[in-house]
Design a protein around this ligand. Structure first.
Ligand SMILES: [Zn+2]
Length: 105
């Protein structure tokens, strides 16, 4: 297993997780619920981590994440539930996890 992505915002990690699963890549969480331990250990150690199960998928997964997180021309979308701006790469609102496809157009 290899670490593919980590961020202090677990919703961003969740979006990366969704993107990779949709691409057929098996990934697992580590530290998903570590935020309850804040105060006991250094903040960085509590960041949720996304790990690729099969090392052979790593290079592919890195590309998918890089593409998804750096789509400069893709329009942002605004969550209908909480009005937060979301990057176009994300399928769910980073703030409240409302699904993008539930947006009224
Ligand atoms: Zn929202």
């Amino acid at each position: 297993m290899k670490l593919i992505y980590t961020h202090e915002n677990r919703f961003l990690v969740g979006n990366a997780h969704n993107i990779l699963e949709q691409a057929g890549i098996r990934v697992v969480w580590k530290n998903e619920f570590a935020s309850s331990a804040i105060g006991e250990i250094a903040p960085f150690d509590t960041w949720p981590e996304l790990w690729v199960v099969d090392d052979a998928d790593y290079d592919h997964a890195i590309q998918i994440i890089a593409n998804a997180l750096s789509a400069p021309n893709a329009p942002e979308w605004i969550c209908r539930s909480c009005n937060e701006n979301n990057d176009a790469a994300f399928e769910t609102c980073w703030n409240c996890q409302t699904d993008k496809t539930e947006m009224a157009q």
